[in-house]
Design a binder for this molecule. Structure first.
Ligand SMILES: [Zn+2]
Length: 94
């Protein structure tokens, strides 16, 4: 029986398709599914063919910013001197 190694032990630590959740609709109403677009690895993280991007934590720290999931988290980051960037569109939060 084949053994699936944990994701952490993969050579690049990533699948080759985008796992970003994308909101959409189905017959039951609003839903979310994984993007699934091919990933392109970069020096600092990766981007997908549909425009999602991800930057590694070490690179975010070096550049003085981090992901925030909402304005409250961004505010907490700001108090620590870190720029909060909205996780889902990579734009700085107000
Ligand atoms: Zn994507």
């Amino acid at each position: 029986m084949p053994i699936t190694p944990p994701t952490e032990s993969a050579p690049d630590g990533l699948d080759d398709t985008c796992g970003e959740l994308v909101s959409g609709y189905d017959e039951d109403g609003p839903t979310a599914h994984e993007c699934g677009a091919p990933l392109h690895h970069t020096e600092n993280g990766y981007t997908c063919s549909r425009g999602h991007s991800y930057t590694y934590a070490a690179c975010r720290a070096a550049e003085g910013w981090d992901y925030a999931s909402d304005p409250v988290e961004a505010e907490l980051l700001a108090r620590a001197g870190v720029i909060g960037v909205y996780l889902y569109n990579s734009r700085p939060l107000p």
